[in-house]
Design a protein around this ligand. Structure first.
Ligand SMILES: CC(=O)N[C@@H](CCC[C@H](N)C(=O)O)C(=O)O
Length: 372
């Protein structure tokens, strides 16, 4: 079997959540230790790793970032190399992202690049966010590991393998997590008039939250309010004293984000009054938008147009979030969508990316970095 496929399958079997990527970090360190070490310096930060490859005649330092965490999803692919970690899965392609990053370290460790290259294996992209604290550590403790330009990719199920899709400017949304706790009064299912039922309050709240995008956000802006999880109550014949909603907010600008939050708070105040309950709102972690530097995105697209068997696509912005946005806020660079040709989408329990994407993107990114 091809080495990259084998690595991807081994990583696929050990998904871990944000800042718990202990086995993943050990696997990555063990693999990197097998490459020639002459040009490498390896540093760990939290559950992440930073690998610097010293260039032969550098005029700048090029950064490449991969995320390394998995998601709390029970895998349903039925693949022989399915997750061995119950309830966790690499359902957002980070196993593929890591494999490509390892291929880059291997290529540059074997054939020295002209420029310095730093590869960042970053924890906790899905939450609570590893990019911002990793960047703060780099700035305060290891400025020698900061790049002049930085790039990253994300698999895209909807595109064929060989597609490089990106755009100059805004690519991914601002995000904010959303956690809402409702507290009422529980009691016997047969005495609803003596209770404050939080299942009913939460159900009404969800429906009202869905009016924010249709009735409060300027129709010329884009926004998403998704409640991905609702929990309430304990058993079938007890009226629920507590309920909890967990969701995410996405917008393409800061003023739409402020407006969505203002309306969430107003609607929650209304639910408190009408259902006689107490509500607390926690916005969890927020990600800065992914804003591609114009020159970096255009040179990536131009390189893709010249690369054999590659389809360069100038795509629209998407409502996905990515904490790589924190790197791009401070360092010029770009992220691209890498075609993965699969039936199921990101964050689905049956997603199974086409493994041909590994070799294609490892070659593409290596040659792109060598061209800089
Ligand atoms: C590429 C991707 O799917 N990223 C995640 C980032 C999650 C951010 C945060 N935990 C949130 O849910 O707001 C995404 O869901 O877009």
């Amino acid at each position: 079997m091809d080495t990259l496929i084998q690595i991807r399958r081994e990583l696929h079997q050990i998904p871990e959540l944000g800042f718990q990527e202990f086995k993943t970090q050990q696997y990555l360190l063990k693999t990197i230790a097998q490459f020639p070490q002459d040009y490498l310096s390896i540093t760990t930060w939290n559950t992440g790793i930073v690998v610097k490859i010293t260039g032969s005649n550098p005029s700048k330092t090029i950064g490449w970032r991969t995320d390394i965490d998995g998601l709390p999803i029970t895998e349903e692919t039925g693949l022989p190399f399915s997750s061995t970690h119950e309830g966790k899965m690499h359902a957002c392609g980070h196993d593929c992202h890591m494999t490509i990053a390892l291929a880059l370290v291997s290529a540059f460790a074997t054939t020295q690049p002209k420029q310095n290259v730093v590869v960042y294996f970053q924890p906790a992209e899905e939450g609570p966010g590893g990019a911002e604290p990793m960047l703060n550590w780099l700035k305060t403790e290891r400025p020698d590991l900061l790049p002049d330009e930085i790039y990253a990719l994300h698999i895209a199920p909807e595109y064929p393998v060989g597609t490089v899709a990106t755009r100059a400017g805004l690519l991914f949304a601002n995000t904010s997590e959303l956690f809402i706790d409702l507290k009422g009064l529980g009691g016997h299912a047969a005495y609803p008039h003596k209770t404050r039922d939080m299942t009913i309050a939460a159900a009404n709240l969800i429906l009202q939250l869905q009016t924010i995008v249709s009735r409060n956000v300027n129709p010329l802006d884009s926004a998403v309010v998704t409640i991905g999880k609702m929990t309430s109550g304990t058993v079938q014949n007890i009226i629920a004293e507590n309920a909890r909603l967990e969701g995410t907010i996405r917008t393409l600008n800061a003023s739409a984000m402020a407006e969505v939050k203002r309306r969430i708070e107003a609607i929650c105040a209304g639910i408190e009054a009408s259902f006689e309950c107490d509500i607390t709102i926690d916005y969890g972690s927020m990600y800065y938008e992914v804003n591609n530097n114009e020159q970096c995105a255009n040179q990536l697209l131009a390189f893709a147009e010249s690369f054999e068997d590659c389809q360069a696509v100038t795509c629209s912005a998407a409502m996905t979030g990515e904490d790589f946005g924190y790197f791009l806020k401070e360092i010029p660079g770009a992220l691209y969508w890498a075609g993965a040709n699969c039936e199921y989408g990101l964050h689905h329990a049956k997603i199974s990316p086409d493994e041909d994407l590994l070799t294609f993107n490892a070659n593409f990114v290596e040659q792109f970095i060598r061209s800089l």
